[in-house]
Design a protein around this ligand. Structure first.
Ligand code: C2E
Ligand code: MG
Ligand code: MG
Length: 733
């Protein structure tokens, strides 16, 4: 548009000038219209009052209005209500200054559809006064929707990152990422804590600087797991004993793995390492391994570790042509201390003993606790057996000094058995066995000494020797006691007698059953004094029950062949009856068939004498020997005790039932009573009743009972139910 002429027209040339002006105006108008028509921008012109006075086709397209509809409207009426306040506020701000106004807002068409527009507005000025505005209007819907998509994508990305960040920081594992060169690109909080590096400090640094790891066993630097994962393009685990150094130098055991990171094209762009502290679980595993090989009380190596060390030592000694000694040690009087002062003191004593043994041994020796009060010392390399003897002597000397434990002065001595490789065996088992045998020998030789294994030492013989020794002490110290097992009349169900059964309260072995020591006592002749004690004790006890007005019953005492044959036997019985004042009918003697079979004549005279005395006689374990009817007739036998072996299967084995029936029939003829031993079930009982057996004895009625328990049972009368099992019950398990 050209500026209007500034020169004032003169009257004379007015028509010509006017024409020229009109012409110029038309040109200007035509130019404006052409520009306006081709403009891709909408054009909206309003007068000073804000009413539309002109719009172009592009505006019609954007607004959905034609020229006539647009005329007279105000541009702001079409602003979307949600944008209105913001846009008008900007408009007012612009109106205060002179800067041009621009805004982006949604244009609300009459049909309700929305077009995103951008307007630029310029004021048409007449001097300082506004004559109206020209606005260009641009349809930016497309740009806006792209922007929105982008924004949403950004938001999603942000959320995603945030989620990953929170996740990475809240998991217990440390996470560390590197680029392709192995430089740190990311660390989570745990990784920061475990390495001592903050993420910003670590970024860009080589992994080896931040993540310093070594092999826990060799302490050699461990391979860079990120570079390995990148090179191999696969997940890699670290060596089992990996140790991580913190920036401050402290160490932690870790377990980890590294995996490559790929871009969209599948190319490796870096690696991520995930690791966690396994110090605790590794320490726990080490503790468990230690416990498996050590004694919990003294923390000395246990039997398992000893066996391992012994095998190793044998291998080495073989190569170096050296010898090994194995010392088995047993404390001589530990059980007494444990029993009298309690387990607490016992445990503390074992501790003290362990410490003293370790102090007496060399660093290369293995001192181990086998359990209980048994220890073993392995002398891994000796030149000659005498070296072991010196060690043993040193140990014995060390134990001459009493232990101070919990305010007690405790004297414990050692018995030591020694075996030497290769002389006494070329493998661990035999060496252990032989050292054990030598230990028994040391015990049997009076304790507080050591013995080398000797080939002639037979373990069994040594054990017997030891028991024999202990039995002598038991006799001296009165370590025996009697249990009583009721005998039941199968017709009335009443108790009609009892059998006295010996028990040995051995301070070392605990309550010991007759099978363990009676044969040894018989072999050594010790059964004579023991049997005499049994007889006296049984008689004394029955008399005591009678004196206490209990309904006492006859008590049977087992007599061994050795006792029976002893020249003083008969006199002994008579003396004991006199001594205790017991009426002979309360005493029954159980003899085995073999006694009678051997010296028939002399046996017969002793038995007759006993019968004359008024003592009853029974044949024990009947059916297992070689009895014949003729000899049964010869002797004054009162009762036959059918051996347990026939009773056990009586209900199922026809032969056993036949034998029992025959014995009962025979006894009937000889006017002898029959008692069945070892009745354990109601079925066996029913069978025996049906066969008219007179009496029975067995766990079905009662276990052998201690004297007080038996007295209670006597006091409770014959109808009392069998006692329930209790700690006092005598049952071999
Ligand atoms: P025994 O004289 O034949 O004694 C019976 C054994 O059978 C006892 O064993 C008794 O506890 C056990 N018994 C009782 N009822 C049952 C049952 O229902 N089932 C089973 N399976 N066993 C039952 P204990 O007390 O161990 O005695 C074993 C043997 O030791 C006795 O056999 C006897 O020969 C001998 N003995 C026991 N005390 C003395 C004693 O004071 N002097 C001598 N010389 N020998 C004795
Ligand atoms: Mg018996
Ligand atoms: Mg028997």
């Amino acid at each position: 548009m050209e500026n209007p002429p500034t020169k004032q027209p003169t009257t004379e040339n007015e028509p010509a000038e006017l024409d020229a002006i009109r012409e110029a105006l038309r040109d200007s108008e035509a130019r404006f219209r052409a520009i306006s028509d081709v403009s891709p921008l909408g054009i909206f012109v309003s007068d000073a009052a804000g009413s539309c006075i002109y719009t172009n086709p592009a505006y019609h397209k954007i607004s959905g209005l034609d020229f006539d509809q647009a005329l007279g409207t105000n541009w702001s009426t079409a602003i979307h209500p949600e944008d209105r306040q913001r846009v008008l506020a900007g408009w007012r701000r612009a109106a205060q200054g002179i800067e041009p106004f621009k805004a982006e807002f949604r244009f609300l068409r009459e049909d309700g559809s929305v077009v995103w527009t951008r307007i630029n507005s310029a004021t048409m000025l007449d001097g300082m006064r506004s004559r109206g505005h020209v606005q260009t209007v641009e349809d930016i819907t497309e740009r806006k929707s792209t922007e929105q998509v982008l924004r949403m994508a950004e938001e999603a990305l942000f959320e995603e990152k945030e989620r990953a960040q929170v996740t990475l920081n809240s998991i217990g594992d440390a996470v560390l990422a590197t680029d392709l060169q192995g430089n740190v690109t990311y660390m989570n909080l745990v990784a920061e804590a475990m390495t001592g590096w903050s993420c910003p400090d670590a970024l860009g640094r080589p992994l080896a600087e931040v993540f310093r790891i070594v092999d826990g066993k060799t302490l050699a630097a461990a391979a860079n797991p990120a570079l390995r994962a990148i090179a191999e393009d696969s997940t890699v685990g670290l060596s089992a004993d990996c140790v991580l150094f913190h920036r401050d130098g402290s160490e932690s055991a870790i377990e980890d793995s590294a995996a490559p990171i790929h871009n969209r094209d599948g190319q490796v762009t870096g690696a991520v390492i995930v690791f966690h502290d396994v110090s605790q679980s590794r320490a726990m595993a080490e503790r468990m391994a230690h416990l498996a090989q050590h004694d919990f009380l003294t923390d000395l190596p246990n039997r398992a570790l000893l066996t391992e060390r012994l095998s190793q030592a044998i291998g080495q000694a073989r190569r170096h042509r050296k010898q090994i000694a194995l010392l088995f040690l047993d404390l001589d009087n530990f059980k007494d201390i444990n029993d009298s002062l309690g387990h607490g003191v016992g445990d503390h004593l074992l501790h003290a003993v362990a410490a003293r043994l370790v102090a007496s041994a060399r660093a290369t020796d293995t001192v181990c606790r086998q359990g209980g009060d048994e220890f073993v010392i392995l002398l891994a390399e000796i030149e000659q057996p005498e070296d072991a003897a010196l060690v043993a002597e040193k140990l014995l000397a060390a134990f001459a000094v009493p232990h101070q434990v919990d305010g007690h002065e405790l004297h414990v001595t050692l018995s030591i058995g020694i075996s030497v490789y290769p002389g006494d065996g070329d493998n661990a088992d035999i060496l252990m066995q032989n050292a054990d045998t030598a230990l028994y020998q040391a015990k049997a030789s009076g304790r507080n000494n050591f013995q080398f294994f000797r080939a002639e030492m037979n373990a069994r013989a040594v054990r017997r020797l030891m028991i024999e020794n202990s039995l002598r002490r038991a006799i001296r110290q009165g370590e025996f006691l009697l249990h009583y097992q009721p005998k039941i009349d199968l017709v009335s169900g009443a108790m009609c007698g009892a059998e006295a059964l010996i028990r040995w309260q051995d301070p070392e072995r605990g309550l010991t059953q007759p099978e363990q020591f009676v044969p040894i006592a018989e072999d050594s002749g010790l059964i004579v004094p023991i049997g005499r004690w049994v007889l006296r004790e049984a008689c004394r006890q029955v008399q005591a029950w009678l004196d206490a007005s209990l309904p006492a019953v006859p008590v049977a005492v087992n007599i061994s062949a050795v006792e029976f044959r002893h020249k003083d036997f008969l006199a002994g019985v008579a003396e004991i009856l006199r001594e205790t004042g017991l009426a002979p009918r309360y005493l029954e003697l159980e003899l085995t068939e073999s006694i009678l079979m051997h010296d028939g004549e002399s046996s017969a005279s002793v038995l007759d004498a006993l019968k004359t005395m008024g003592v009853r006689l029974a044949i024990d374990d009947f059916g297992t020997g070689y009895s014949s009817l003729s000899y049964l007739k010869r002797f004054p036998i009162h009762t036959l005790k059918i051996d347990q072996s026939f009773v056990r299967d009586i209900a199922s084995d026809a032969d056993d039932a036949t034998i029992v029936r025959a014995v009962i029939g025979m006894a009937l003829n000889l006017k002898q009573r029959v008692i069945a031993e070892g009745i354990e079930t109601g079925e066996q009982l029913a069978f025996l009743r049906a066969l008219q057996c007179d009496e029975g004895q067995g766990f079905h009625f009662s276990y052998p009972l201690s004297a007080p328990d038996f007295a209670r049972r006597l006091g409770g009368g014959a109808d009392a139910p069998p006692p329930a099992r209790s700690a006092g019950d005598d049952r071999r398990l």
